[in-house]
Design a protein around this ligand. Structure first.
Ligand code: NOJ
Length: 556
């Protein structure tokens, strides 16, 4: 195998600190809690931790609203704790990747309070201010207008909550401050950055109105701020000034990035980022008008989408692979079956994703098959996006029951319930900040690490396989049976070896006939079931998934 950069053969584990492990009984996860679980992560076999924000923050958006980039949020611990985390992780061969949130700050950041104090402030142009009426009709991602009026009859732009004013990347002084801050962290020995909505930082200079989609009061400004006019210049400058001086992993969170954009962002000779976190596969169960108007997934759409990304980035650029993060509902509840087939379908989903080319990301709790939650009413929910959406729809006359259904399916708090460590919960000795899922009695890490057939054990196997087998990192991808609505089958090929990844997304038993997929000398590589062959073909029971190997020329 040719020598690959370490981030291509790594598996990343995302920690949402608030919900991972609480060491002091205040009901909020913290950094000492994370340190206490490093052995668990080492056992799982991951190489990198992506830490969602731990910086000082008033917590309007759980830390994605940063008040001070160089201080640790006091509920999470101290800078000494963070340094110890970096050190302790390093001892276990794990790198810490920090979240870099520089599309916006908190409105309590000193830059913003300065900026707001006067139109003549030297920090005024660190943010996007317009005098008089809002200059356009853009809506915020978190409901309502994207413009907030200040007493002096000025408006500032906030694509997210009004406590998250957008930074103005046209300001050279701002860019320099951001690069200095990044250097400060890299010099502490972190392993890289996950960059929050980094493809939003270049806004169209004229700030044109967006189209008003049916059912919305506001315009969709995304064509004017996603992948904007100067984005590549900014990222190349960031690379030149900061990134290229360190051996790090960089991943850009990029809603609205196409495969063509992704190549521009990640092609090595363009010197921008290593990989992008894309969204198309996560939007396939959204109807017109966005994620709250959900619909069922049509499996051929998912397969075609993965195929598009796998092929586009096969020889240039690099994919990241994920099912879950802190913004997404739990995958086993979403594309699997979280009841009778929870364990089996969670393994199936893991196998499909980890069989692809790219860097896999596991979100805390995914490795034990944590599920969505349904809390009795809105008063139990904490997420600002959810609360704003609820209030907006209620004001527009929608029934609470109907809104709650949307939250049960798509709400971000599904991903944010505390990590389930033991049958009692094990996350905190106090009252957790967000309800613990009662199914912790049966779904928990303690059970999983002691069970050789657990989802955890399966993830361990998949991670170990990626380390061992170059075909996973390097092999080409071919989609088979693209129109089949139940089976997801693809082939990976590398130096004469072919692996077939076979997965059944349904509860129906299916036989893949030998005419469709001749596999004369198959060898079982890994699976959530033993390979079942007959004279007719390979049989796949409900949610079965296997990888089989055959030598070139024998398969189709
Ligand atoms: C994307 C983050 O993943 C999400 O949690 C956050 O609310 C927004 N960016 C705003 O920072």
């Amino acid at each position: 195998m040719q020598q690959q950069p370490w981030w291509k053969t790594s598996v990343v584990y995302q920690i949402y600190p608030r919900s991972f492990m609480d060491s002091n009984g205040d009901g909020i996860g913290d950094i000492p809690g994370i340190i206490s679980k490093l052995d668990y992560l080492q056992d799982l076999g991951i190489d990198v931790i992506w830490l969602s924000p731990v910086y000082d923050s008033p917590n309007d958006d759980n830390g994605y609203d940063i008040r001070d980039y160089r201080a640790i949020h006091k509920e999470f611990g101290t800078m000494a704790d963070l340094e110890q985390l970096i050190e302790e992780a390093k001892k276990r061969g794990i790198r810490i990747v920090m979240d870099l949130v520089v599309n916006h700050t908190s409105d309590e950041h000193a830059w913003f309070t300065e900026s707001k104090s006067s139109p003549d402030s030297p920090y005024r142009d660190y943010y996007i201010w317009k005098q008089g009426n809002p200059p356009n009709n853009w809506g915020s991602v978190f409901s309502g207008s994207a413009w907030e009026r200040t007493e002096e009859d000025w408006h500032y732009l906030h694509l997210f909550s009004k406590k998250q004013p957008d930074l103005n990347w046209r300001s050279e002084a701002l860019r320099k401050d951001v690069y200095d801050m990044m250097t400060y962290w890299l010099d502490k020995g972190i392993g890289g950055f996950r960059m929050d909505v980094i493809n939003f930082i270049s806004k169209h200079e004229d700030l044109p109105d967006g189209i008003v989609h049916e059912g919305s009061h506001y315009g969709d400004g995304s064509p004017y701020f996603m992948n904007g006019p100067v984005i590549h210049t900014y990222l190349q400058e960031m690379n030149e000034k900061v990134l290229k001086h360190y051996d790090i992993l960089t991943v850009g969170e990029m809603p609205g990035a196409t495969t063509d954009d992704a190549i521009l962002y990640t092609k090595e000779d363009r010197h921008e980022l290593n990989m992008v976190f894309t969204f198309e596969h996560m939007d396939l169960d959204s109807g017109p008008g966005g994620k709250w108007n959900y619909k069922d997934l049509y499996l051929p759409d998912l397969k075609r989408n993965f195929e598009k990304w796998q092929l586009a980035l096969e020889h240039e650029g690099w994919n990241s692979l994920y099912w879950n993060n802190h913004d997404q509902p739990r995958i086993v509840s979403r594309f699997g079956n979280d009841e009778a087939y929870r364990v089996h379908s969670a393994k199936m989903l893991a196998l499909v994703l980890h069989g692809l080319k790219g860097t896999p990301y596991i979100y805390q709790g995914e490795e034990i098959g944590m599920t969505n939650i349904q809390l009795p009413d809105i008063s139990h929910y904490k997420d600002i996006e959810t609360l704003n959406m609820y209030n907006e729809r209620l004001a527009a006359g929608e029934e609470p029951e109907s809104i709650m259904k949307r939250i049960y399916v798509k709400g971000r708090d599904n991903a944010r319930t505390p990590m389930q460590w033991t049958p009692q919960g094990g996350f905190t000795t106090g009252t957790p900040w967000l309800a613990q899922n009662p199914n912790t009695a049966s779904i928990n890490a303690e059970q999983a690490v002691n069970d050789p057939d657990s989802i955890f054990a399966f993830y361990k196997e998949l991670i170990a396989l990626r380390k061992k087998e170059a075909i996973l990192t390097e092999g080409d991808f071919t989609l088979l049976l693209p129109d089949d609505e139940e089976l997801f089958i693809y082939k990976r090929s590398y130096q004469g070896t072919e692996w077939y990844v076979l997965a059944n997304f349904s509860q129906t038993t299916r036989t893949v006939a030998h005419e469709e997929l001749p596999l004369p000398s198959t060898q079982h590589v890994i699976g959530n079931t033993k390979l079942k062959t007959s004279a007719h073909g390979i049989e796949l029971g409900p949610y079965d998934a296997v990888i089989v190997e055959c030598t070139k020329g024998e398969g189709k």
